[in-house]
Design a binder for this molecule. Structure first.
Ligand SMILES: Cc1cc2nc3c(=O)[nH]c(=O)nc-3n(C[C@H](O)[C@H](O)[C@H](O)COP(=O)(O)OP(=O)(O)OC[C@H]3O[C@@H](n4cnc5c(N)ncnc54)[C@H](O)[C@@H]3O)c2cc1C
Length: 376
Protein backbone atom coordinates (compact mmCIF):
# COMPACT_ATOMS: atom_id res chain seq x y z
CA UNK A 1 0.00 0.00 0.00
CA UNK A 2 1.54 3.35 -1.10
CA UNK A 3 0.53 6.41 0.91
CA UNK A 4 0.33 9.99 -0.36
CA UNK A 5 -1.27 13.31 0.59
CA UNK A 6 -3.05 13.69 -2.75
CA UNK A 7 -4.01 11.06 -5.31
CA UNK A 8 -4.93 12.37 -8.75
CA UNK A 9 -6.94 10.16 -11.07
CA UNK A 10 -6.23 11.04 -14.71
CA UNK A 11 -3.03 12.33 -16.27
CA UNK A 12 -4.41 14.70 -18.93
CA UNK A 13 -3.80 18.43 -18.70
CA UNK A 14 -6.28 18.81 -15.81
CA UNK A 15 -4.68 16.18 -13.57
CA UNK A 16 -1.15 17.23 -14.55
CA UNK A 17 -1.69 20.95 -13.82
CA UNK A 18 -3.35 20.17 -10.49
CA UNK A 19 -0.53 17.78 -9.55
CA UNK A 20 2.11 20.37 -10.41
CA UNK A 21 0.52 22.93 -8.09
CA UNK A 22 -0.33 20.45 -5.32
CA UNK A 23 3.12 18.91 -5.03
CA UNK A 24 4.31 22.12 -3.34
CA UNK A 25 2.00 21.11 -0.48
CA UNK A 26 2.59 17.37 -0.07
CA UNK A 27 3.21 14.03 -1.72
CA UNK A 28 1.31 13.62 -5.01
CA UNK A 29 0.60 10.35 -6.79
CA UNK A 30 -0.94 10.68 -10.25
CA UNK A 31 -2.62 7.54 -11.61
CA UNK A 32 -3.24 7.24 -15.35
CA UNK A 33 -4.96 4.29 -16.97
CA UNK A 34 -3.19 4.61 -20.32
CA UNK A 35 0.43 4.10 -21.22
CA UNK A 36 0.65 7.79 -22.27
CA UNK A 37 -0.91 10.47 -20.03
CA UNK A 38 -1.93 12.66 -23.02
CA UNK A 39 -3.56 9.81 -24.93
CA UNK A 40 -7.15 11.05 -24.68
CA UNK A 41 -8.53 14.60 -25.08
CA UNK A 42 -5.33 16.43 -24.12
CA UNK A 43 -3.41 14.95 -27.04
CA UNK A 44 -6.21 15.68 -29.52
CA UNK A 45 -6.84 19.43 -29.23
CA UNK A 46 -6.42 22.27 -31.71
CA UNK A 47 -4.03 24.01 -29.31
CA UNK A 48 -5.57 27.48 -29.54
CA UNK A 49 -5.23 30.20 -26.91
CA UNK A 50 -8.27 32.49 -27.15
CA UNK A 51 -9.58 34.91 -24.54
CA UNK A 52 -12.83 35.39 -26.48
CA UNK A 53 -13.63 31.66 -26.46
CA UNK A 54 -17.28 30.69 -26.86
CA UNK A 55 -18.29 34.09 -28.18
CA UNK A 56 -16.78 35.94 -25.26
CA UNK A 57 -18.06 33.86 -22.33
CA UNK A 58 -17.09 36.09 -19.35
CA UNK A 59 -16.26 33.24 -16.94
CA UNK A 60 -14.02 31.50 -19.45
CA UNK A 61 -12.44 34.85 -20.25
CA UNK A 62 -11.45 35.16 -16.58
CA UNK A 63 -9.86 31.71 -16.56
CA UNK A 64 -7.99 32.18 -19.84
CA UNK A 65 -6.78 35.65 -18.84
CA UNK A 66 -5.61 34.29 -15.48
CA UNK A 67 -3.63 31.62 -17.35
CA UNK A 68 -1.97 33.94 -19.84
CA UNK A 69 1.02 35.03 -17.83
CA UNK A 70 2.09 31.44 -17.09
CA UNK A 71 1.68 30.42 -20.73
CA UNK A 72 3.45 33.49 -22.06
CA UNK A 73 6.30 33.48 -19.54
CA UNK A 74 6.54 30.05 -17.87
CA UNK A 75 8.99 29.66 -14.98
CA UNK A 76 12.56 29.05 -16.19
CA UNK A 77 12.61 25.52 -14.74
CA UNK A 78 9.33 24.72 -16.55
CA UNK A 79 10.11 25.69 -20.14
CA UNK A 80 12.93 27.57 -21.85
CA UNK A 81 10.62 29.79 -23.89
CA UNK A 82 7.06 31.05 -24.20
CA UNK A 83 4.41 28.37 -24.74
CA UNK A 84 2.44 30.76 -26.97
CA UNK A 85 3.11 31.67 -30.60
CA UNK A 86 0.92 34.58 -31.73
CA UNK A 87 -1.65 33.83 -34.41
CA UNK A 88 -4.57 36.22 -35.05
CA UNK A 89 -8.11 35.09 -35.82
CA UNK A 90 -10.52 36.26 -38.46
CA UNK A 91 -14.23 35.62 -38.18
CA UNK A 92 -16.02 35.23 -41.49
CA UNK A 93 -19.73 35.36 -42.31
CA UNK A 94 -21.58 34.52 -45.52
CA UNK A 95 -23.15 37.51 -47.34
CA UNK A 96 -26.60 37.17 -45.69
CA UNK A 97 -25.16 37.02 -42.15
CA UNK A 98 -22.97 40.11 -42.01
CA UNK A 99 -25.01 41.39 -39.04
CA UNK A 100 -23.61 38.55 -36.97
CA UNK A 101 -20.15 40.08 -37.27
CA UNK A 102 -21.42 43.38 -35.85
CA UNK A 103 -23.18 41.56 -33.01
CA UNK A 104 -20.09 39.55 -32.19
CA UNK A 105 -17.91 42.66 -32.24
CA UNK A 106 -20.20 44.33 -29.73
CA UNK A 107 -20.31 41.25 -27.50
CA UNK A 108 -16.53 40.93 -27.43
CA UNK A 109 -16.24 44.64 -26.67
CA UNK A 110 -18.23 44.00 -23.48
CA UNK A 111 -15.31 41.93 -22.15
CA UNK A 112 -12.73 44.45 -23.42
CA UNK A 113 -11.68 42.49 -26.47
CA UNK A 114 -11.06 44.81 -29.39
CA UNK A 115 -11.59 43.68 -32.95
CA UNK A 116 -11.29 45.45 -36.32
CA UNK A 117 -13.12 45.03 -39.55
CA UNK A 118 -10.93 44.27 -42.55
CA UNK A 119 -12.03 43.99 -46.14
CA UNK A 120 -10.98 43.28 -49.73
CA UNK A 121 -7.22 43.48 -50.20
CA UNK A 122 -6.59 43.47 -46.44
CA UNK A 123 -8.26 40.06 -46.24
CA UNK A 124 -6.35 38.78 -49.26
CA UNK A 125 -3.11 39.97 -47.67
CA UNK A 126 -3.65 37.86 -44.55
CA UNK A 127 -5.16 34.83 -46.27
CA UNK A 128 -4.92 34.73 -50.06
CA UNK A 129 -7.08 31.61 -50.55
CA UNK A 130 -10.35 32.79 -48.93
CA UNK A 131 -13.46 32.37 -51.13
CA UNK A 132 -14.64 35.60 -52.82
CA UNK A 133 -17.97 35.42 -50.95
CA UNK A 134 -16.13 36.11 -47.65
CA UNK A 135 -13.97 38.94 -48.93
CA UNK A 136 -16.34 41.88 -48.40
CA UNK A 137 -15.75 42.08 -44.69
CA UNK A 138 -14.21 40.00 -41.90
CA UNK A 139 -13.58 40.64 -38.21
CA UNK A 140 -9.96 40.50 -37.11
CA UNK A 141 -9.02 39.70 -33.51
CA UNK A 142 -5.44 39.86 -32.24
CA UNK A 143 -4.12 38.31 -29.04
CA UNK A 144 -4.72 34.67 -29.93
CA UNK A 145 -1.92 32.13 -30.14
CA UNK A 146 -0.95 28.54 -30.81
CA UNK A 147 -0.18 26.74 -27.55
CA UNK A 148 2.74 24.31 -27.32
CA UNK A 149 0.58 21.65 -25.66
CA UNK A 150 3.37 19.06 -25.53
CA UNK A 151 5.65 21.43 -23.65
CA UNK A 152 2.86 22.53 -21.28
CA UNK A 153 1.69 19.03 -20.43
CA UNK A 154 5.25 17.67 -20.32
CA UNK A 155 6.36 20.59 -18.12
CA UNK A 156 3.62 19.83 -15.61
CA UNK A 157 4.44 16.12 -15.49
CA UNK A 158 8.18 16.74 -15.14
CA UNK A 159 7.48 19.30 -12.43
CA UNK A 160 5.54 16.70 -10.44
CA UNK A 161 8.40 14.20 -10.47
CA UNK A 162 11.00 16.92 -9.85
CA UNK A 163 9.10 17.87 -6.66
CA UNK A 164 9.02 14.31 -5.38
CA UNK A 165 5.67 13.19 -6.78
CA UNK A 166 5.00 10.00 -8.74
CA UNK A 167 3.31 9.43 -12.08
CA UNK A 168 2.10 5.90 -12.54
CA UNK A 169 0.83 4.89 -15.99
CA UNK A 170 -1.13 1.75 -16.93
CA UNK A 171 -2.80 2.31 -13.56
CA UNK A 172 -6.52 2.53 -14.27
CA UNK A 173 -8.45 2.97 -11.04
CA UNK A 174 -10.86 0.07 -10.58
CA UNK A 175 -11.85 0.45 -6.93
CA UNK A 176 -12.41 3.39 -4.55
CA UNK A 177 -13.50 3.42 -0.93
CA UNK A 178 -13.02 5.52 2.21
CA UNK A 179 -11.78 4.04 5.42
CA UNK A 180 -10.45 5.80 8.57
CA UNK A 181 -10.48 9.22 6.87
CA UNK A 182 -8.45 7.95 3.93
CA UNK A 183 -9.36 6.97 0.41
CA UNK A 184 -8.24 3.49 -0.62
CA UNK A 185 -7.58 3.33 -4.34
CA UNK A 186 -7.24 0.06 -6.23
CA UNK A 187 -5.50 -0.27 -9.59
CA UNK A 188 -4.15 -3.30 -11.39
CA UNK A 189 -0.62 -2.14 -10.52
CA UNK A 190 -1.18 -1.65 -6.81
CA UNK A 191 -3.10 -0.08 -3.93
CA UNK A 192 -2.81 3.55 -2.86
CA UNK A 193 -4.09 5.64 0.06
CA UNK A 194 -4.59 9.37 0.62
CA UNK A 195 -6.94 11.67 2.54
CA UNK A 196 -7.71 13.62 -0.67
CA UNK A 197 -8.55 12.36 -4.13
CA UNK A 198 -8.75 14.55 -7.22
CA UNK A 199 -11.05 13.13 -9.88
CA UNK A 200 -9.59 14.46 -13.16
CA UNK A 201 -10.61 11.52 -15.33
CA UNK A 202 -12.00 13.60 -18.21
CA UNK A 203 -14.86 11.76 -19.95
CA UNK A 204 -14.74 9.10 -17.21
CA UNK A 205 -15.27 11.34 -14.15
CA UNK A 206 -18.79 10.07 -13.46
CA UNK A 207 -17.62 6.46 -13.82
CA UNK A 208 -14.79 7.07 -11.35
CA UNK A 209 -17.24 8.64 -8.89
CA UNK A 210 -19.54 5.65 -9.38
CA UNK A 211 -16.80 3.35 -8.06
CA UNK A 212 -17.41 4.96 -4.66
CA UNK A 213 -21.19 5.31 -5.12
CA UNK A 214 -20.85 9.08 -5.41
CA UNK A 215 -23.60 10.81 -7.41
CA UNK A 216 -22.58 11.88 -10.94
CA UNK A 217 -22.25 15.49 -12.11
CA UNK A 218 -23.77 14.64 -15.50
CA UNK A 219 -20.67 14.80 -17.67
CA UNK A 220 -21.46 14.83 -21.41
CA UNK A 221 -18.58 13.74 -23.65
CA UNK A 222 -19.06 15.41 -27.04
CA UNK A 223 -17.02 14.05 -29.94
CA UNK A 224 -15.21 16.53 -32.15
CA UNK A 225 -13.37 15.67 -35.36
CA UNK A 226 -10.16 17.12 -36.78
CA UNK A 227 -8.57 16.59 -40.20
CA UNK A 228 -5.10 17.67 -41.34
CA UNK A 229 -5.13 18.61 -44.99
CA UNK A 230 -2.00 18.47 -47.16
CA UNK A 231 -1.63 21.52 -49.43
CA UNK A 232 0.01 21.83 -52.85
CA UNK A 233 3.78 22.42 -52.60
CA UNK A 234 3.53 26.05 -53.73
CA UNK A 235 1.19 27.05 -50.87
CA UNK A 236 2.72 27.85 -47.50
CA UNK A 237 0.01 28.63 -44.92
CA UNK A 238 2.29 29.17 -41.90
CA UNK A 239 1.53 32.89 -41.50
CA UNK A 240 -2.24 32.59 -42.07
CA UNK A 241 -4.61 33.40 -39.22
CA UNK A 242 -7.12 31.05 -37.63
CA UNK A 243 -10.30 31.38 -39.69
CA UNK A 244 -13.56 30.84 -37.84
CA UNK A 245 -17.13 30.86 -39.01
CA UNK A 246 -18.94 33.64 -37.11
CA UNK A 247 -21.26 31.10 -35.48
CA UNK A 248 -18.19 29.05 -34.41
CA UNK A 249 -19.55 26.14 -36.48
CA UNK A 250 -16.15 25.40 -37.97
CA UNK A 251 -12.62 26.76 -37.97
CA UNK A 252 -9.28 26.06 -39.56
CA UNK A 253 -5.69 27.10 -38.98
CA UNK A 254 -2.20 26.31 -40.24
CA UNK A 255 -0.30 23.57 -38.47
CA UNK A 256 3.15 22.44 -39.57
CA UNK A 257 2.65 23.39 -43.23
CA UNK A 258 -0.78 21.75 -43.38
CA UNK A 259 -4.29 22.92 -42.53
CA UNK A 260 -5.94 21.75 -39.33
CA UNK A 261 -9.70 21.83 -39.88
CA UNK A 262 -12.64 20.92 -37.67
CA UNK A 263 -16.28 20.92 -38.73
CA UNK A 264 -17.31 21.86 -35.17
CA UNK A 265 -19.19 18.60 -34.55
CA UNK A 266 -20.39 17.86 -31.04
CA UNK A 267 -21.86 14.35 -30.98
CA UNK A 268 -22.75 12.83 -27.63
CA UNK A 269 -20.57 9.78 -26.98
CA UNK A 270 -19.89 7.33 -24.18
CA UNK A 271 -16.43 7.74 -22.62
CA UNK A 272 -14.14 5.91 -25.07
CA UNK A 273 -11.15 6.10 -27.38
CA UNK A 274 -12.98 8.45 -29.77
CA UNK A 275 -12.59 7.84 -33.49
CA UNK A 276 -13.65 10.10 -36.37
CA UNK A 277 -16.76 9.21 -38.39
CA UNK A 278 -16.67 9.43 -42.20
CA UNK A 279 -19.59 11.88 -42.25
CA UNK A 280 -17.75 14.38 -40.02
CA UNK A 281 -14.59 14.06 -42.11
CA UNK A 282 -16.71 14.81 -45.18
CA UNK A 283 -18.22 17.90 -43.50
CA UNK A 284 -14.76 19.15 -42.55
CA UNK A 285 -13.56 18.83 -46.16
CA UNK A 286 -16.77 20.45 -47.42
CA UNK A 287 -16.49 23.49 -45.12
CA UNK A 288 -12.85 24.02 -46.04
CA UNK A 289 -13.61 23.88 -49.78
CA UNK A 290 -16.57 26.19 -49.35
CA UNK A 291 -14.62 28.78 -47.29
CA UNK A 292 -11.51 28.78 -49.50
CA UNK A 293 -10.30 28.14 -53.02
CA UNK A 294 -8.53 25.00 -51.79
CA UNK A 295 -9.42 21.47 -52.94
CA UNK A 296 -9.15 18.76 -50.34
CA UNK A 297 -7.35 16.02 -52.23
CA UNK A 298 -5.21 14.56 -49.46
CA UNK A 299 -6.00 14.18 -45.77
CA UNK A 300 -2.73 13.47 -43.99
CA UNK A 301 -4.27 12.68 -40.58
CA UNK A 302 -7.66 12.53 -38.94
CA UNK A 303 -8.68 12.12 -35.34
CA UNK A 304 -11.45 12.79 -32.87
CA UNK A 305 -11.51 13.74 -29.22
CA UNK A 306 -14.11 14.13 -26.50
CA UNK A 307 -14.94 17.60 -25.20
CA UNK A 308 -16.45 16.95 -21.80
CA UNK A 309 -19.12 19.38 -20.65
CA UNK A 310 -21.48 19.73 -17.71
CA UNK A 311 -24.92 21.31 -18.07
CA UNK A 312 -23.87 24.98 -18.03
CA UNK A 313 -20.68 24.54 -20.08
CA UNK A 314 -18.44 25.81 -17.28
CA UNK A 315 -15.74 23.84 -15.49
CA UNK A 316 -16.11 22.12 -12.14
CA UNK A 317 -13.55 22.45 -9.35
CA UNK A 318 -14.56 21.65 -5.80
CA UNK A 319 -15.10 19.09 -3.08
CA UNK A 320 -18.16 16.88 -3.14
CA UNK A 321 -20.32 17.85 -0.14
CA UNK A 322 -21.38 14.21 0.32
CA UNK A 323 -17.96 12.57 0.03
CA UNK A 324 -15.25 14.04 2.31
CA UNK A 325 -11.91 14.48 0.57
CA UNK A 326 -13.33 13.79 -2.91
CA UNK A 327 -12.47 16.71 -5.22
CA UNK A 328 -13.93 17.06 -8.74
CA UNK A 329 -11.86 18.67 -11.51
CA UNK A 330 -13.96 18.25 -14.61
CA UNK A 331 -15.96 19.73 -17.48
CA UNK A 332 -13.12 21.50 -19.33
CA UNK A 333 -14.98 21.18 -22.64
CA UNK A 334 -13.06 22.82 -25.48
CA UNK A 335 -11.03 25.15 -23.24
CA UNK A 336 -9.04 22.86 -20.92
CA UNK A 337 -5.60 23.62 -22.31
CA UNK A 338 -5.82 27.42 -22.31
CA UNK A 339 -7.32 27.44 -18.80
CA UNK A 340 -5.05 24.76 -17.26
CA UNK A 341 -2.69 27.13 -15.42
CA UNK A 342 -5.60 28.86 -13.68
CA UNK A 343 -7.50 25.62 -12.99
CA UNK A 344 -4.39 23.98 -11.53
CA UNK A 345 -3.88 26.91 -9.15
CA UNK A 346 -7.58 27.02 -8.27
CA UNK A 347 -7.52 23.31 -7.41
CA UNK A 348 -4.49 23.59 -5.15
CA UNK A 349 -5.83 26.70 -3.47
CA UNK A 350 -9.29 25.21 -2.78
CA UNK A 351 -7.81 21.98 -1.46
CA UNK A 352 -5.14 23.49 0.76
CA UNK A 353 -6.78 26.75 1.82
CA UNK A 354 -10.50 26.46 1.04
CA UNK A 355 -10.52 29.53 -1.17
CA UNK A 356 -9.75 30.72 -4.68
CA UNK A 357 -6.42 32.43 -5.43
CA UNK A 358 -6.73 36.16 -4.72
CA UNK A 359 -5.83 37.29 -8.22
CA UNK A 360 -8.66 35.14 -9.60
CA UNK A 361 -11.30 36.42 -7.18
CA UNK A 362 -9.99 39.87 -8.08
CA UNK A 363 -11.04 39.16 -11.65
CA UNK A 364 -14.57 38.42 -10.47
CA UNK A 365 -14.76 34.62 -10.13
CA UNK A 366 -16.60 33.14 -7.16
CA UNK A 367 -16.47 29.55 -5.90
CA UNK A 368 -20.14 28.85 -6.46
CA UNK A 369 -19.78 29.40 -10.23
CA UNK A 370 -17.47 26.40 -10.54
CA UNK A 371 -18.83 24.36 -7.63
CA UNK A 372 -20.20 20.81 -7.67
CA UNK A 373 -23.24 22.04 -5.75
CA UNK A 374 -24.57 24.12 -8.67
CA UNK A 375 -25.06 20.89 -10.63
CA UNK A 376 -27.03 18.95 -8.03
C1 LIG B 1 -10.88 18.49 -31.24
C2 LIG B 1 -10.61 19.24 -29.96
C3 LIG B 1 -10.07 20.51 -30.03
C4 LIG B 1 -9.77 21.20 -28.85
N1 LIG B 1 -9.15 22.40 -28.96
C5 LIG B 1 -8.78 23.06 -27.84
C6 LIG B 1 -8.09 24.28 -27.93
O1 LIG B 1 -7.81 24.75 -29.02
N2 LIG B 1 -7.74 24.91 -26.78
C7 LIG B 1 -8.05 24.40 -25.55
O2 LIG B 1 -7.74 25.02 -24.54
N3 LIG B 1 -8.72 23.22 -25.43
C8 LIG B 1 -9.08 22.54 -26.55
N4 LIG B 1 -9.73 21.36 -26.45
C9 LIG B 1 -10.14 20.89 -25.11
C10 LIG B 1 -9.01 20.27 -24.32
O3 LIG B 1 -8.29 19.38 -25.14
C11 LIG B 1 -9.63 19.55 -23.11
O4 LIG B 1 -10.43 20.45 -22.37
C12 LIG B 1 -8.57 18.99 -22.17
O5 LIG B 1 -7.62 18.24 -22.87
C13 LIG B 1 -9.23 18.11 -21.11
O6 LIG B 1 -8.22 17.58 -20.32
P1 LIG B 1 -8.53 16.48 -19.22
O7 LIG B 1 -7.28 16.26 -18.47
O8 LIG B 1 -9.75 16.87 -18.48
O9 LIG B 1 -8.97 15.17 -20.05
P2 LIG B 1 -8.09 14.01 -20.69
O10 LIG B 1 -6.94 14.54 -21.45
O11 LIG B 1 -9.03 13.13 -21.43
O12 LIG B 1 -7.51 13.27 -19.43
C14 LIG B 1 -8.28 12.43 -18.60
C15 LIG B 1 -7.43 11.24 -18.30
O13 LIG B 1 -8.06 10.42 -17.31
C16 LIG B 1 -7.67 9.10 -17.57
N5 LIG B 1 -8.58 8.18 -16.86
C17 LIG B 1 -9.89 7.95 -17.11
N6 LIG B 1 -10.39 7.03 -16.28
C18 LIG B 1 -9.36 6.68 -15.45
C19 LIG B 1 -9.25 5.76 -14.39
N7 LIG B 1 -10.28 4.98 -13.97
N8 LIG B 1 -8.04 5.61 -13.78
C20 LIG B 1 -6.97 6.37 -14.18
N9 LIG B 1 -7.03 7.24 -15.20
C21 LIG B 1 -8.22 7.41 -15.83
C22 LIG B 1 -7.77 9.00 -19.08
O14 LIG B 1 -7.04 7.90 -19.59
C23 LIG B 1 -7.22 10.34 -19.52
O15 LIG B 1 -5.84 10.30 -19.83
C24 LIG B 1 -10.05 20.62 -27.58
C25 LIG B 1 -10.61 19.34 -27.52
C26 LIG B 1 -10.87 18.66 -28.69
C27 LIG B 1 -11.43 17.26 -28.61
Amino acid sequence: MTIADFIIIGGGIAGASAGYELCRHGKVILLEKENLPGYHTTGRSSAIFQKSYNRGDPLLNILVTASEDFLRRPPADFAARSLLTPRPLIYIAPPGQQDSLDNLRQKLGEIDITTDFISGQEITDVIPVLSPQYQDRALLEQGLADIDVGALHGGYLQGITARGGSIITNAGVTGLGRNNDRWQVTTKTGQFQAPVIINAAGAWVDRVAGLANIAPIGIRPLRRTVIMVTLPDDICPDSWPIVMDVSENYYFKPEGGKILMTPGDATLSPPCDAQPEEIDIAWAAHYLEQATRLKVSRIARRWAGLRNHVADGHPVAGFDAHAPGFFWLAGQGGFGIKTAPAMGRITASLITGGRLPQDITGRGLTRDRISVKRLR
